[in-house]
Design a protein around this ligand. Structure first.
Ligand SMILES: [Fe+2]
Ligand SMILES: [Fe+2]
Length: 342
């Protein structure tokens, strides 16, 4: 089963038993799930964006603002890109916004909500308190709304700017995740999908953290991302707790496997969409080898490792607290991904 398609089109997601896969056939792993769950959703009905935020409209009169923070789009600031005709810089920021919104929408409805629904209705059978299961439905509502406001914003900005979005057929993170899942034994895939969601929900992306505070960015973009960040704070807390319940129910072999693949999953989420960026640069008339050079000089191994380390700091802490780094191969994998260097 692929991790990215099928939930709403009748694949086996709703009928398989990940618990059996995750726990082994006996299903009798020691569950230490206690009843001390402190729900981060106690004020959800009054605080969630889907409950309280207005539709964010791209009004007229903000045409000087950027559509994304230039600091978060390093390719736009490469010297060879700065030599391109006036207007290219702004369009690169705009296309970055489009890709960000498309990435967000597809992450939510193809990946996170597939797992959220599985947790809520029990096909992802990690033993958790009933309240936690109900909270997964709140996440499901949140993420559906995040999809809606992302697509809504994308369409409004296209209309307002008159610039069409050039989007990849499939965001690169989905391609990487899907291809990786295809290499695995089917028995491993449910655990990997769940871990990918834990990783993606506990990373603190620069976009969520920094765009709302950047007053050079269009206020509607900032408002949408602020709405999203507020909801994701609750999700972060939830998934940090969920992975503790999961971990308590894994046997040693599954824990070792899980520990060793977390850096790979972090990379799937964070690495730049190089095929889409190459296409975009070629669209501005940049030759293929120059476009390759721009990306190689922008996304150096060091730059990527630094970005991953900052973004995944909390995620690494969560897995370290579970003992994931006690396994030497797992520790090597974290170190080799640059996640442990201070
Ligand atoms: Fe979300
Ligand atoms: Fe989320």
């Amino acid at each position: 089963m692929c991790g990215t398609v099928g939930l709403f089109t009748g694949c086996q997601a709703l009928t398989y038993c990940p618990k059996k896969v995750i726990l082994g056939d006996t299903g009798d792993a020691d569950s230490t799930a206690d009843d001390e769950y402190q729900s981060p959703f106690r004020t959800w009905y009054s605080k969630a964006s889907v409950r309280k935020s207005p539709r964010r409209m791209v009004e007229e009169g903000d045409d000087d603002a950027f559509f994304f923070s230039p600091e978060l789009v390093p390719v736009a600031r490469h010297p060879l890109v700065m030599e391109l005709p006036p207007g290219t810089f702004r369009e690169i920021l705009l296309q970055h916004l489009y890709r960000y919104l498309d990435f967000t929408a597809k992450l939510e409805y193809l990946v996170v909500n597939r797992t959220a629904l599985g947790i809520a209705q029990g096909s992802v059978r990690v033993d958790i308190p009933e309240e936690m299961r109900l909270d997964a439905y709140k996440i499901y509502c949140d993420e559906a709304y995040h999809t809606l406001f992302s697509v809504d914003l994308l369409q409004q900005v296209q209309q307002r700017s008159g610039v069409r979005a050039k989007l990849p057929e499939e965001p690169y993170f989905l391609t990487r995740l899907r291809q990786y899942l295809e290499t695995l034994d089917a028995s491993r895939r449910p655990l990997v999908e769940l871990l990918f969601v834990v990783v993606s929900e506990t990373l603190i992306s620069a976009s969520l953290a920094e765009v709302p505070a950047d007053d050079g960015v269009h206020p509607t973009v900032r408002a949408v991302i602020r709405d999203h960040a507020a909801d994701e704070g609750r999700h972060h807390t939830y998934f940090a707790m969920l992975v503790r319940y999961l971990w308590a129910q894994l046997d040693d072999e599954a824990r070792r496997f899980a520990s060793r693949i977390v850096p790979t999953l972090i990379n799937f989420f964070l690495a730049p969409d190089t095929p889409a960026l190459l296409d975009e640069l070629r669209g501005y008339g940049v030759k293929a080898d120059t476009a390759q050079q721009i990306l190689a000089e922008t996304y150096t191994a060091e730059a990527l490792a630094t970005h991953a380390r900052i973004t995944a700091r909390q995620t690494v802490r969560i897995f370290a607290a579970l003992g994931a780094l006690d396994d030497s191969a797992a520790r090597d994998a974290f170190e080799n991904s640059g996640l442990l260097i201070e």
